[in-house]
Design a protein around this ligand. Structure first.
Ligand code: FA5
Length: 350
């Protein structure tokens, strides 16, 4: 036979391509495609059968039918491969859909917020940093030297009674304590730095005070220290006045009243006009029109001596305010204990 197109095998091979196309398209998953593939190219397939018969054909016939077998085999392979890629992609999509977590079904996350006192501390830091101060910190467990001695409070100084102290059982009795104020950080900053110094030192302090509306045994202070050449009491008053306006608002006034602290001379109490009544007098300010925030004064020469600064060259001022009372006053909280009983319903308000 010379006309290979007339060969029944060629007709079967040609028909195979269109049969393969519909069988492959009908495969709905990888397993059924594999079965179709075996049917089309496996041992019992038309293709393999045709190949087996080639040996019995004359050379021309063998070449023509052989070429047709190759063409049909690659056409079938191409059909199967492209369907396999399609089905694999569908399979992957199905898998991803099945594995997907529906996050909308979860409880919405309830974010908390910073405690009122922490917010106040951050805000105070921002205000002072904006005025050119740097922030320093010191340890809460202190030695007698830093908490008292270096602050011009030698042992048996009567003013030690101003601070009812928790002692820690460590070393010689009475030498290690929970700091009663942030003033020891002044000493640490002066020891570690050469003047000029413009620093604030916020932190937690401890006193054996019975808790009441205006006292807690653990509370927070913010210390300020300025050391430079030619610093005067007017600089202290001006700094506190600028701070008052920046933190409480322009309508609030500040004043200084004579007082006593062993580590400052002269010393003063720093008051602001009552934020509730504007100075007219109300329950919150005890009818005086003023609220007391803390102590301040010019750094005592004995403090300079303790850290080795020359008081003939350097002068400076220091201040120390109670953050908790300041915060309570600013937020209208009339009992400090409410800040620390950790009732979320109360704290959530701020
Ligand atoms: C001092 O602690 C001085 N170190 C302040 C100072 C620093 C003066 C630098 C001069 C120079 P005082 O003991 O007055 O001072 O405390 C300062 C403030 O801490 C008080 O005005 C008050 O606001 C707050 N405070 C004191 N005791 C308590 C307490 N138990 N609970 C809450 N706040 C308190």
């Amino acid at each position: 036979m010379t006309n290979s197109d007339a060969h029944p095998l060629v007709a079967r091979l040609d028909a195979l391509v269109s049969q393969a196309a519909s069988a492959v398209a009908a495969a709905v998953d990888l397993d059924s495609l594999h079965a179709v593939e075996i049917e089309l190219t496996g041992k019992r397939s038309v293709l393999v059968e045709a190949k087996k018969q080639l040996g019995g054909f004359d050379p021309d016939e063998r070449r023509e039918v052989g070429q047709r077998v190759n063409v049909v085999r690659s056409a079938v392979a191409e059909l199967v491969e492209s369907r396999r890629a399609e089905l694999a992609a569908m399979e992957r999509r199905r898998q991803l859909d099945a594995d997907r977590l529906d996050l909308t079904e979860r409880e919405p996350v309830r974010a908390g917020h910073l405690h009122l006192v922490t917010q106040a501390r951050d805000h105070l830091e921002d205000v002072f940093v904006g005025m050119g101060f740097t922030v320093a910190e010191g340890p809460e467990v202190e030695t007698d030297f830093y908490n008292f001695e270096a602050l011009n409070l030698p042992a048996s100084h009567p003013a030690r009674g101003m601070w009812d102290t928790f002692y820690v059982e460590l070393g010689e009795p009475g030498t290690v304590l929970l700091r009663t104020h942030t003033s020891p950080v002044q000493i640490r900053v002066m020891e570690a730095t050469e003047p000029p110094i413009y620093s604030i030192m916020p932190g937690r302090v401890y006193r054996r005070d019975t808790a009441d509306a205006t006292h807690t045994p653990v509370f927070h202070q913010i210390e300020g220290l300025v050391i430079d050449k030619g610093i005067s009491f007017a600089d202290l008053a001006g700094t506190l006045d600028a701070f008052t306006r920046a933190y409480f608002g322009r309508q609030v006034q500040s004043r200084l009243r004579p007082s006593y602290f062993p580590f400052t001379e002269p010393s003063a109490e720093y008051d602001i006009s009552c934020v509730f009544c504007g100075g007219a007098g109300c329950r919150s300010c005890g009818g005086t029109g003023w609220l007391e925030l803390g102590g301040c004064g010019m750094v005592h020469p004995n403090v300079f001596a303790a850290v080795g600064y020359d008081p003939e060259v350097w002068t400076g001022f220091a201040f120390g305010f109670g953050i908790d009372r300041m915060t309570a006053q600013r937020s209208g909280v009339d009992d400090l204990r409410d800040l620390f009983t950790n009732d979320v319903r109360f704290l959530e308000q701020f």
